[in-house]
Every structure is written in structure tokens, then in C-alpha cells.
Design a protein around this ligand. Structure first.
Ligand code: HQG
Length: 180
């Protein structure tokens, strides 16, 4: 993905996950926005979208961050929202263990309070140690926790999986966490 498309992709993430009001976008309760409206409302903005750009961003996003609906006319983010949207996520059986990457400065607080979703709708967990490390690196020196999903499942915790393979839960109490 070239530099322009990458910054457009970041801006699209911001609009679709956190601040649709930045371009006065009408978002429905499932997080969908009309592509035509995105193009029209971004025309006088620093980063302006064309329909082709949006389709290219969706198709080439390394983490499949976005989806286009069946009509081909609407786009939404697959996960990571801070605004309250209904993604119709289904409860899915988790693997025995998942991972969470964070920065070392958060460790003490996580051991005390568990993993808390902060501004997002869910706590995000990774299927592999490598992915968790990449996620943690975004915040600082990475540290990885393993999550005992088997015991959480027995304890009645619901696990969801986003369209792009990110595991989502509401909260992970510290008793299910182990530092790796
Ligand atoms: C930390 C990216 C202190 C948590 C990635 C994390 C992911 C605590 C930060 C997605 C805590 C929240 C989400 C506690 C949690 N005390 N710190 N009790 N509980 N934290 O960005 O999981 O590239 O909201 O460890 O791939 O880092 O955007 O969540 O460090 O899937 O598509 O609070 O973002 O995807 O940070 O990342 P975030 P995350 P994209």
C-alpha cells in the first residue's frame, strides 16, 4: 500500500471506528456508512476519498480492517470501534489459549485489574504470540500475557471473533492471565 493510501486508510479507521462526525457521516447502528457520502463529504477535506480509493483500501488492508456490504454501496470497520455499534458478532468457541500484547508500563495495573477495554468496545486478544507482540509494540516495550480461555469459557465468559480474525471479549480478570 503506498503512503497516500496508508494515510487515507488511517483516516478511514478514525472515521468508521471513532469519529464519523468529523465528516458529518450518517452511520447506521451496525456501523455502515454510504461510500457515496464518504466521497462527497470528503471532497473539501485534507484527505479526500474517491470510490476507487475506498475499494482499494478495503481490498488491500493488511488486517482486513474494513468490509463492503452486499449491495456494494456501504463500508464499515470490522472491529476496533469506540462508538457503540452492533456488529452482530456471534459467540465462538475460543482456542485453549489466546494472547494479549501490551507495553511493560501497563503490567502492574493489568495484574491488579485484569484487561479492561478502555475506550474500545472490547478487549482485543491475538491468536498468536507474534501478533500479540506487534500489537504490544504499538504502545511501547512489548510484554505478552497468555489468557487461559479454557477456564474463562468454563466460567461463562463469551468470546467473539471479528470478521478479520481478532478475538474479542468484554473483560479478562487477572486470575486468567499469566505473564510470558
Ligand atoms: C491496555 C490494533 C492498564 C491494553 C491491534 C492496551 C488490535 C490496560 C491498551 C487493536 C489495562 C488499550 C486493539 C489495565 C488493558 N491497566 N492498561 N487494567 N487493561 N490495558 O489500542 O489491544 O491496527 O485500545 O493492554 O491490532 O492494544 O487498529 O487496544 O495496551 O487488534 O486495526 O490498554 O488495535 O488494530 O489499547 O489494540 P487499545 P489494543 P488496528
Amino acid at each position: 500500500m503506498n503512503k497516500n493510501l496508508k494515510s487515507a486508510s488511517k483516516f478511514l479507521s478514525l472515521l468508521l471506528r471513532h469519529q464519523p462526525e468529523k465528516l458529518a457521516l450518517n452511520m447506521d447502528d451496525e456501523g455502515w456508512v454510504e461510500i457515496g457520502e464518504l466521497v462527497a463529504n470528503s471532497a473539501s477535506n485534507n484527505v479526500s476519498f474517491t470510490e476507487q480509493m475506498i475499494r482499494e483500501i478495503v481490498a488491500s488492508s493488511d488486517k482486513q480492517r474494513f468490509a463492503i456490504d452486499r449491495s456494494g454501496k456501504r463500508v464499515r470497520a470490522n472491529q476496533g470501534h469506540s462508538i457503540d455499534v452492533n456488529l452482530n458478532l456471534e459467540v465462538v468457541d475460543p482456542p485453549l489459549v489466546l494472547y494479549h500484547g501490551t507495553a511493560d508500563r501497563n503490567v502492574e495495573s493489568i495484574l491488579h485489574d485484569g484487561l479492561i477495554k478502555q475506550s474500545r468496545q472490547h478487549v482485543h486478544l491475538s491468536a498468536t504470540i507474534e501478533t500479540a507482540k506487534n500489537v504490544g509494540q504499538r504502545h511501547g516495550r512489548p510484554v505478552i500475557f497468555s489468557v487461559d480461555c479454557e477456564r474463562m469459557k468454563t466460567g461463562g465468559f463469551a468470546f467473539f471473533k471479528s470478521k478479520n480474525g481478532v478475538w474479542l471479549v468484554d473483560h479478562v480478570p487477572s486470575e486468567f492471565l499469566a505473564l510470558m
